[in-house]
Every structure is written in structure tokens, then in C-alpha cells.
Design a protein around this ligand. Structure first.
Ligand SMILES: [Zn+2]
Length: 1012
């Protein structure tokens, strides 16, 4: 095969061209098909949400999901990659609600039928345009889009039913009531993992209130504290720490009970000044336990409105007394179950009060209102004036107690309620003694942004508690990269995970396959269905679509009991976590295929998925099979904008990925990200300049290609079609060295890739390109220039060709376009991606070490030149090299002498810490030689400017009024003529190309013309 100069193409040109080439030639399909079915490598893709748009984050994971499978394909594995779409759950519903203009969940089933709503959901779950496919192809990712599975597919949902039933039958799923984070807007509980995953916490200001509960057997009040005044109407108890000391204090004519240690902190006015008070007595908290107090609202029945002991009551903040509304607090609920006091729910699924003074109001609208309406300020004053106990001074002080709440509105509201304060039927009025406002981090719904509440909710759970140890044990079989996540974030997630709430009170998701009936004795009976066939057997019904509402209508009788489906749907994380088997419709189809390929080999996502998708995959797999489901996992950090902040359109802190790829190449973006700390799970700022920098470094490959083809074309050099390791036949140490280096790099990349350590896999590549370009090619230039086609020249061609082809193979997983273009141009082969990973070859370690030493000596020598302000073209007399290991032979000395432009290289001792010591003295003769070098450079430039070919012979005229220049020309006449291919010095024909230059500040005229 022969080569043609000028065949280099721009990245944007070949990248776009290769996307088409691969599609037309089915290169991806071939790369999979050519590997045996018996040697599979299984990659699980975390599907994006179907209506989403590709962004830098999705591209980042796509790049990894491409590079790793490409590598394993080259290693001989069959790596099928099928795209998937997440279609269910709240994002789909929020999207559809917005589109249909639904403001209130209660409208679904009333204003719009559920059937219409579900149809709209399904219609919306189509890919909008080709944005995904185009962008994913542009970044060079190979994946089968046509065969993409969707979580809303009938088959997919049936596998989800199967998994649910298997877990239920094994006693791993149960129905219960738990206090969960709950979104009132979407009327559904959310899992803690969902809330923890992204930025679901926001800083908000909430009222923090001190509320008085009058003890039944005393005239004293318990002063309790809460940051959720909206829960006060559901109060059924208070809690105290029975081991701490409490005090009864007289303040403003009232007796208040609170923790002794918190008196000075709590008894302050709005300016945080201490309030006058008197401690009447102190006692242990245990004395309060069991005492009854008067309810603020209606009496909640037996065992309600008592004081209980709870260890979790601390003296860090508040009063040491905690108000309990067990329906709306996790710890409250647990205590209620322990002591059997009432759990009162007074808010409906959509967040509206169902009773009391705020009936019909939204809980979040009512929150501050409740605090203010219950506020004591003037009420206390009234009470005190009535009793005549208060002095004028204390009245004034109490009046000012209200902190930030003392805004005008609050005062007015307090005044309005003040007149009726303390009324027998409305004891809540005036029960709030003080309001402060606190700024704290509070969970919000990541879908719709509404504040979340804790709420007791009947739900279905997967028992995580019971399999926690197994999950931790199976985690030991997983190779995490970066490694610290294994026993860090992931293990901690497993250790602290609550039982998994699987049910959602929504519409668009896999319906929970649970039917319930009432037995003759009134007992509830449950039938869980694991397949469509089973449902048909029970009901005789077969559906086109098993979504709500159609599946809701399927009822059946079994042993004389009538069964109806419960109206809940599955958590979409259960669906996402079912992906390994559901994508194959296992176990209804593909049994062998799934079982042979389980557990999967590899997954990759960003760090947020550690608590989410990775966790749920693992939970389901351990639940179903007692095994981990993936063997290797790469966890990325998060990409930030160029200012280190979150990427955001409004900050304008990032460039659109497509624009970035068009400007600098997809390969440069891939290479930068794959080698960046984001692959170590750290956050990384994506800066355009860094992409540009990588693009520039990668383009050095093309400079070498250009160089190679330019001379190969001139010499008509032909490649014999062999790609064997040429080491044994090479004699020039430069050739041997660069071949050793590419073999070394191949082994290093391979070793790191087997560990899934991508940053270290890419690490040796750019230094190698620098070695090849700035050392091998540069040092070998003269071998290509020389006119005779001898063995040494042939070896140089063969070596450079070999090294570039090997480089294309090593680069193939990471920069698939550059690798493909290079490989095809140098071999004429079909595709680098159909090749095997290079076997590597001979590495001469001694040679590599010696050359590294030589390069280090030269780098230091050049630095010494630079700091002495001497140009490289100025020859110097000598350099001393400290050669402890006797690495330098004559050849290496010659290289050092040439690179440092010195006459001689002396081995000896140098300054400590240095390798070389350059003699920077410049004699008259050296100075003239330096001028000659300058002149030669200008003559070479003039040749180029005159449009001459590299091998053209010339006529040359150099004129200067300076004697110094003339002397230098005379002295070095032969060198000048030889190096510039001059056949005649001192005469040029009329019209020769002429240029004016300055050499050491002296004027010189240079004229060149092509010799006949
Ligand atoms: Zn929400």
C-alpha cells in the first residue's frame, strides 16, 4: 500500500463522515456479531427519561458507556448494547399535567377521565425529535436505538409483576403504615433515596414556635417547641427527656415548665434580651412522665394528651419538651405505636385540612397563619391584667416578646384573636407563647418543588432490614471505581436504608399486581398476580394494556371471595431496578440468555445513582437471587460549569455540547472527560479551553501523519501489509525506543482498563504522543530527508507506520473517530473497531530508561540556556552530564550535543540536584557560528516563501554591509551551502525571490532562486 500526501482531514469533517460510514457499513453491528455468543460481556444501561434532552451529564456517562464496551469488544467479547427509555412515574405525570393544564391532582378522574389522562401520558412518551440519537451518535457512542426497550412496554411490566410476586411469595414484601416523605402536590410518598439523590433540600424560613400546654393537675404550662406549627392541630402527646432536669419558672405572671439548661436561651425577648423570671423549683423530667394536659383543640380520646419519656428529646435546641403529632413525624409515630396513644390524621392526600379551624386550607398556605393565629402576645397581657398580678414593667416586656413575628401583620392578627383569647371552646387561641423564625434546610419534591411533609401513609414495603447483611456481603463481589465508594457511600446507604416503600398513589406506572377481597369472617385477603396469564386464569380477562384504569376494572372471584385491585402503582425505581431481566422479558422469554449473562459485567452512572439506581438494582437482585447484579461499576462525579457552579443556562457557564464538539472535536471532549477527575467520582469544571488544549495535543498525531505521508509519497514508500512487532529487525536505537514505548503504553492502558481505572488508562497516552512527535519524529527527520533510500530510511518509515497504527488501536476505545480515520488511512482496513486489542510486544526497558535520562538532561540544559538568555541556535562549547548509571554511549552523547547545540558532552559532577551543567561562555568563533545558524534559518524560510519544494536545489545570494556577517559567511560557506541545498552561492538570476532580515541586529539581504 502506498501513501498520498495532503490527505489529512479536519476533525469535524471526518467525525461527521465516520458517523455515516459506520451506519452505512453496519460497523457496530459487525463488531458485535463477529464475537462468539458464548463469550458475552454484559453492560446494563441506566435509561434516561424519554422526554429529557441530552446534556453534558448524559454525554459524560455515554462516553464511558462507549469506551468500556469498545475496549472489551476489542478484547474479544460480545458486547451487546441496547438503549432503554424510562417512561413511567412522576416526571411523566408532571409533564402530562402541565401539558393538559392540570393544577390539582383531584382533577384527574373528575375534570378529565383517568382513561384520557393515561392515553395522554402514553402519547407523550415518545422521543421528541432525533435529539438523542443525533447527539449520542455525534459523541461516537455505539448503541442499538432501534431495539430500545421502554419501561411502559407490556412485556417489561409483566417482568416487573413477576419480580414483585416472587418477592411477595418469599415474604419479602409486606403492607404497612409508615411515616414517609410525602408530596401533597403530587399526592404521593417519595423514597428517601429520591430525596437524597439530587438537590432536593432547599433553605427556607419557617416559624419556630413555643407553645403552652396547661397541665391538668397544676396551674403551670408545659412549654413545648416545634418548627412545624401545621402539625399542632394533630397533637396527641408531648415528650420529655426523663433523665434531664426541668424547672418551673415564673415569667410575666405565668408558670412555665422547661429544661433548666435552656432557661436563658428560651426566656428572651425579640431583641434576644433576657426576660425577667423567677425559678420556682427544679425537678427530674421523670416527674412529668404520665402527667395529663389540656388539649388545644378537640380531645383525641383515650390515652391522648399525656407526657411521655423519649430519649431523642435533647437539650440542643427548643425547650426540652417536644410536641408530638404522630401522623406527621417518624419518631412521634414510633412512640405512639410503642405507648398506644392516638395517631390523628387531619390532612387529606392533597394537603388540605379535613377538620378544625383551617378546614379546607392547604397545609403550606396555613402554616404561618396557624402560628400567628395561635400567638400569645396580647392574650397573655389580657390574662395578666385580669389577674392583676403583673407589674407594668413585666407587661411591657411580655408585650415585646415575639421576635421576628412581631411584624405588623402578626400583631394585628394577635390583636384580633386577643379579645377571645383563652375562650373555653377555643383553647388554642393564645397558646403560642413566642414565635421565632429559623432558616433551615428542608426537603422539597424534586419533581414539582413543593415542600415535603412527613406523613403516616399506608404503603407496601420491601423488607430491606431482613436482607441488609446479604446486601453488604454481596457488595464485596463488586469492583467499584473509585474504590472508596464500595465501603463508603454505598455500604453506608445499605446500612442506613429503611424498608423500601414500593407503592405510589399515582396513575402512570406499572400497576401493583395486588388484588384484595374480604373473607366470610371479615378478614382481608390478598392475591398477588405474577403474570398476565395468571390474571387471565383468575378473571378470564386479557388486556391490550395493563395500565390503569383498564387493569383496575379486572375483578375476580376466588374460593367464593370477590377480589378487586388496590389502586396503587409501583415506584418507578422498582421498574428501573428490574431492567436486567425486564429488558429481556425474563422469565417469560430469553431464560437462557439472561441466566448465562448474570450478573452483568459493567454499569456506569454519576454519583447520585449510588443511592438510587445502583442501590435499587442491588436490593432487587439480592432479594430475588441472593446475588449482586453487576460486577464492575464506574461512578462519575458531577460536571460543573466553567465557573465551578452548577451548569445552568441562566449562568451562561457552559457551551452547548454540540457546539463544543463541532469546534474542538468529539474526540477531544471524550478524551478530556475520560482522563479528568470526574472519572474518579470527583466534581469537574468543564472549561472550553481545556477541550481546546486536548484537541491541540491530539492534533500532533495528525502532524506525524502529515509528515509520514509527505515523505512516503515523495519516496514512493510502500507498506508490506504486515503489522508484526518489528523490534527484532530494527537497528537504530530511536526506532527500537519508540516501538518499545508504544508497547509499554499498550500494556499500561490495558492494565488500567482491566481495573476500570479510566483516568490511569488515558494517562500515558498524551506523553507518548509527545515522545513520538517531539522526539522520535523530530530526531528522525534527517533520516527521511536524505536522498538515498537505504535500510535506515526504510526502517524509519516502517517504524513510524507501525507506531501510528498501534496508536490508532490503543486510542480506539477513547477517541474512536481519530483512531478510525488514522487506521483506515494507514492500513486501508475496514475499521479499527473490528480489530483485536493489540498484543503489545517487545519492550527494551534499558533503552527506554536511557532515553528518558537523555531527554531529562536535554530539558535541563535547555532550561539553563533559557535562564542565561542564550538562543538555542547559538552554539556553545560544552556541557557536563552527571551520568551515575553510565547510561551514555557515543550515540546518546551525540544526541545531547545536537539538542543542546554544544561541541562536546563531558561526563562529570554537577551541582547537586541537577543532571547537567551547561558552559554558557560564548567565544568569538561560537558567536560567528551562531550568526551562520541564524542565516541558515532565514535562508530556509526564504526557500519556503519562494515556493520551492523541499528537495529543490537553489542559487543563493547573501549581502550585508556588516563585516561580521561577511566573515561568518566566509568561514561557514560549506555548511550554509550543504544545509540549504545551494549549488551556487553569490549569484542569483534577475527576479529571484528577495527578502530583508536582521541577524543579531545587522541588516542582511537574502535572495534565492531554483537552480536549473
Ligand atoms: Zn411533588
Amino acid at each position: 500500500m502506498k501513501f498520498q500526501k495532503g490527505t489529512r482531514r479536519k476533525a469535524i469533517e471526518y467525525e461527521k463522515d465516520l458517523v455515516k460510514y459506520w451506519q452505512e457499513n453496519k460497523t457496530f453491528e459487525k463488531s458485535v456479531e463477529q464475537r462468539p455468543k458464548t463469550d458475552g460481556y454484559v453492560f446494563y444501561d441506566g435509561p434516561p427519561f424519554i422526554t429529557g434532552v441530552p446534556h453534558h451529564g448524559t454525554l459524560l456517562s455515554s462516553i464511558i458507556k462507549d469506551a468500556v464496551p469498545r475496549y472489551w469488544t476489542m478484547k474479544g467479547k460480545r458486547v451487546e448494547r441496547v438503549w432503554g427509555w424510562d417512561c413511567h412515574g412522576l416526571p411523566a405525570e408532571v409533564y402530562t399535567e402541565r401539558q393538559l393544564g392540570i393544577q390539582d391532582r383531584r382533577d384527574i378522574g373528575t375534570k378529565i377521565s383517568l382513561e384520557e389522562y393515561i392515553k395522554a401520558c402514553r402519547e407523550n412518551m415518545v422521543q421528541t425529535g432525533n435529539a438523542w440519537e443525533d447527539t449520542i451518535s455525534r459523541i461516537g457512542r455505539w448503541v442499538d436505538f432501534k431495539g430500545a426497550y421502554k419501561t411502559m412496554d407490556k412485556d417489561y411490566m409483566e417482568s416487573v409483576w413477576w419480580a414483585f410476586k416472587k418477592l411477595y411469595d418469599e415474604g419479602k414484601i409486606y403492607e404497612g403504615e409508615k411515616v414517609l416523605l410525602y408530596c401533597t402536590r403530587d399526592a404521593t410518598p417519595l423514597s428517601k433515596a429520591e430525596v437524597a439523590m439530587d438537590n432536593s433540600y432547599q433553605d427556607v424560613t419557617d416559624p419556630s414556635v413555643y407553645v403552652k400546654f396547661k397541665l391538668k393537675d397544676s396551674d403551670a404550662y408545659l412549654l413545648a417547641w416545634t418548627t412545624t406549627p401545621w402539625t399542632l392541630p394533630a397533637n396527641t402527646a408531648t415528650a420529655v427527656n426523663d433523665k434531664e432536669t426541668y424547672a418551673e419558672v415564673e415569667v410575666g405572671g405565668q408558670k412555665l415548665i422547661l429544661a433548666e439548661a435552656l432557661i436563658t436561651k428560651v426566656l428572651t425577648d425579640e431583641k434576644h434580651q433576657p426576660l425577667e423570671h423567677k425559678v420556682l423549683r427544679t425537678f427530674k423530667g421523670s416527674e412529668l412522665v404520665g402527667k395529663e394536659y389540656e388539649p388545644l383543640f378537640e380531645h383525641r380520646g383515650e390515652n391522648a394528651h399525656k407526657v411521655w419519656a423519649a430519649d431523642y428529646v435533647t437539650l440542643e435546641d427548643g425547650t426540652g419538651l417536644v410536641h408530638l403529632a404522630p401522623a406527621y413525624g417518624e419518631e412521634d409515630y414510633a412512640l405512639a405505636k410503642e405507648h398506644n396513644f392516638p395517631v390523628v390524621s387531619n390532612i387529606d392526600d392533597n394537603g388540605f385540612y379535613t377538620e378544625g379551624p383551617w378546614k379546607g386550607e392547604n397545609v403550606w398556605d396555613a402554616n404561618k397563619k396557624i402560628a400567628k393565629a395561635m400567638y400569645a402576645g396580647l392574650a397573655t397581657l389580657d390574662a395578666m391584667q385580669g389577674s392583676g398580678e403583673a407589674t407594668e414593667q413585666t407587661v411591657r416586656k411580655v408585650q415585646s416578646v415575639s421576635s421576628e413575628a412581631a411584624d405588623t401583620a402578626a400583631r394585628q392578627e394577635a390583636q384580633q384573636v386577643g379579645s377571645s383569647a383563652g375562650k373555653q371552646d377555643e383553647p388554642w387561641r393564645g397558646s403560642v407563647w413566642k414565635i421565632e423564625y429559623i432558616r433551615h434546610s428542608y426537603p422539597h419534591c424534586h419533581r414539582c418543588g413543593t415542600k415535603l411533609m412527613y406523613r403516616a401513609h399506608p404503603s407496601w414495603f420491601m423488607d430491606i432490614q431482613g436482607q441488609r447483611e446479604a446486601m453488604l456481603a454481596e457488595n464485596r463481589n463488586i469492583n467499584w471505581f473509585p474504590e472508596h465508594i464500595k465501603n463508603g457511600r454505598f455500604a453506608k446507604t445499605v446500612q442506613s436504608a429503611p424498608d423500601w416503600n414500593l407503592s405510589r398513589d399515582r396513575f402512570w406506572a406499572t400497576a401493583m399486581p395486588v388484588w384484595k377481597g374480604k373473607g366470610k369472617d371479615g378478614n382481608e385477603l390478598v392475591k398477588v398476580v405474577g403474570s398476565y396469564a395468571e390474571l387471565k386464569e383468575l378473571s378470564g380477562v386479557e388486556l391490550e394494556d395493563y395500565h390503569r384504569p383498564w387493569v383496575d376494572d379486572v375483578e375476580f372471584d376466588l374460593d367464593g371471595v370477590h377480589y378487586k385491585r388496590i389502586d396503587k402503582v409501583m415506584d418507578s425505581w422498582f421498574e428501573a431496578g428490574s431492567m436486567p431481566y425486564a429488558q429481556f422479558h425474563y422469565p417469560f422469554e430469553n431464560v437462557e440468555k439472561f441466566e448465562q449473562n448474570f450478573p452483568g459485567d459493567f454499569i456506569a452512572e454519576y454519583v447520585g445513582q449510588v443511592r438510587a439506581w445502583f442501590y435499587y438494582l442491588h436490593a432487587l437482585s439480592v432479594g430475588l437471587w441472593g446475588k449482586n447484579t453487576f460486577k464492575n461499576v464506574v461512578v462519575t462525579g458531577t460536571l460543573a460549569g466553567n465557573d465551578g457552579r452548577k451548569m445552568s443556562k441562566s449562568y451562561g457557564n457552559y457551551t452547548d455540547p454540540n457546539e463544543l464538539m463541532d469546534k474542538y472535536s468529539a474526540d477531544a471532549l471524550r478524551f478530556l472527560l475520560l482522563s479528568s477527575p470526574v472519572l474518579n467520582g470527583e466534581d469537574f469544571s468543564l472549561v472550553d479551553k481545556d477541550v481546546a488544549d486536548v484537541a491541540r495535543k491530539l492534533s500532533m498525531v495528525w502532524n506525524m501523519y502529515d509528515f509520514f505521508t509527505l515523505y512516503a509519497d515523495v519516496d514512493g514508500w510502500e507498506w508490506n501489509g504486515k503489522l508484526d512487532d518489528p523490534s527484532a529487525e530494527l537497528t537504530n536505537p530511536l526506532d527500537e525506543w519508540i516501538v518499545s514505548r508504544i508497547h509499554q503504553v499498550t500494556a499500561e492502558v490495558n492494565e488500567a482498563m482491566e481495573r476500570y481505572d479510566l483516568p490511569n488508562a488515558l494517562k500515558p497516552i498524551l506523553p507518548f504522543i509527545d515522545d513520538a512527535s517531539n522526539w522520535y519524529v523530530r530526531r528522525s527527520r534527517k533520516r527521511f530527508w536524505k536522498s538515498q533510500n537505504d535500510q535506515d530510511k526504510d526502517d524509519a518509515y516502517r517504524t513510524l507506520h507501525y507506531v501510528l497504527v498501534q496508536l490508532s488501536l490503543v486510542l480506539a476505545p477513547f477517541t474512536p473517530f481519530l483512531a478510525e480515520e488514522l487506521y483506515r488511512k494507514l492500513t486501508g482496513g475496514e475499521s479499527v473497531h473490528l480489530c483485536d486489542w493489540p498484543a503489545g510486544g517487545n519492550v527494551n526497558e534499558i533503552l527506554v530508561g536511557n532515553m528518558a535520562f537523555v531527554r531529562e538532561a536535554i530539558t535541563q540544559g535547555l532550561a539553563q540556556r533559557a535562564s542565561a538568555g542564550i538562543k538555542v541556535r547559538q552554539p556553545l562549547q560544552s556541557v557536563v552530564v552527571y551520568d551515575e548509571q553510565a547510561r551514555l554511549n557515543d550515540e546518546y552523547r551525540a544526541i545531547i550535543a545536537e539538542e543542546l547545540n554544544v561541541k562536546e558532552v563531558v561526563v562529570g559532577s554537577v551541582e547537586p540536584g541537577e543532571v547537567v551543567q551547561l558552559n554558557t561562555e560564548i567565544s568569538e568563533e561560537l558567536r560567528q557560528e551562531g550568526m551562520m545558524r541564524e542565516l541558515v534559518r532565514f535562508i530556509q524560510n526564504a526557500r519556503k516563501e519562494a515556493g520551492l519544494q523541499v528537495d529543490d536545489r537553489i542559487q543563493l545570494l547573501v549581502e550585508s554591509e556588516s563585516d561580521e556577517i561577511s566573515v561568518a559567511i566566509d568561514r561557514f560557506k560549506d555548511t550554509i551551502m550543504a544545509e540549504t541545498l545551494t549549488t551556487e552561492l553569490g549569484h542569483v538570476p534577475e527576479g529571484a525571490y528577495t527578502t530583508h532580515v536582521k541577524v543579531e541586529g545587522l541588516d542582511v539581504e537574502i535572495a534565492v532562486a531554483k537552480a536549473d
